[in-house]
Ligand binder design. Structure first.
Ligand SMILES: C[S@@+](CC[C@H](N)C(=O)[O-])C[C@H]1O[C@@H](n2cnc3c(N)ncnc32)[C@H](O)[C@@H]1O
Length: 217
């Protein structure tokens, strides 16, 4: 593809339902099952790997419409969702519906809070870094936003990047720039665990995985 240009509006879906569908395109009949299965799996892995406690502050990086934030608020956590799409931030506040326990902010707003001393107890970034335009900067932001020895859980494609771009012809596409996210993450975090994505949830285990990290620097 010649001269692809990053498309920041890719996740600005016109309705909450369309924002959900962007996550799992394909057969609409299977959508609810895939959404529920993936959400429950990620929630369970987060509980197992990060062992959140009531009152902990979770950084949900690229929170989308807040499906994981909602699950974690229901378990008694506080969540700060960092989300580059203002449209998704609005959906997230509505979907999570936990005033006083959930906050959706832009990356720049998170940087401001962080400069003023905010650090989170644990973090997750599910299906986000694979879409970021400049993931090294996002990984640095996540690292700065976590306390030392915090745990972090990441879900991503194993090797494919899917950066939303506009082609020279104005077509919207997902572009693989071959940036190695796992190598970038390894510069900031110690690898704790690798979790194979299970069969039966609609994503191929050979294409996707989760990794648990610990912030050691
Ligand atoms: C595939 S969605 C995943 C949403 C959510 N993590 C989930 O699992 O439901 C990716 C999200 O990352 C957001 N995103 C992309 N680049 C980002 C960045 N640099 N910083 C924060 N959010 C970003 C997108 O707007 C989108 O909402």
């Amino acid at each position: 593809m010649e001269n692809p240009v990053y498309d920041p509006a890719y996740f600005d879906a016109p309705t909450l339902y369309e924002a959900k569908r962007l996550m799992f395109p394909g057969d609409p009949e299977k959508f609810e099952e895939r959404w529920n299965g993936d959400t429950a799996f990620l929630r369970d892995m987060l509980i197992r790997e990060l062992q959140p406690k009531v009152g902990d502050l979770l950084l949900d990086y690229g929170c989308g419409i807040g499906r994981i934030a909602r699950e974690m608020c229901l378990l008694g956590c506080n969540v700060i969702g960092v989300e580059s799409s203002a449209v998704c931030r609005r959906y997230a506040v509505e979907y999570v519906n936990q005033p006083g326990h959930f906050l959706a902010v832009s990356p720049e707003e998170f940087d401001l809070l962080n400069r003023k001393g905010l650090k989170c107890d644990l973090g997750c970034a599910f299906w986000t870094l694979q879409h970021c335009a400049a993931p090294a900067a996002d990984i640095e932001r996540i690292s700065r936003g976590l306390k030392t020895l915090s745990r972090l859980l990441i879900a991503n494609a194993r090797s494919r990047r899917m950066v939303p771009v506009r082609t020279a012809e104005g077509k919207s596409e997902l572009f693989d720039d071959h940036v190695d996210l796992w190598q970038l993450l390894g510069l900031h975090f110690g690898l704790h665990n690798t979790i194979t994505y299970p069969y039966g949830l609609g994503l191929k285990p050979e294409e996707y995985l989760l990794r648990g990290y610990c912030k050691t620097i």
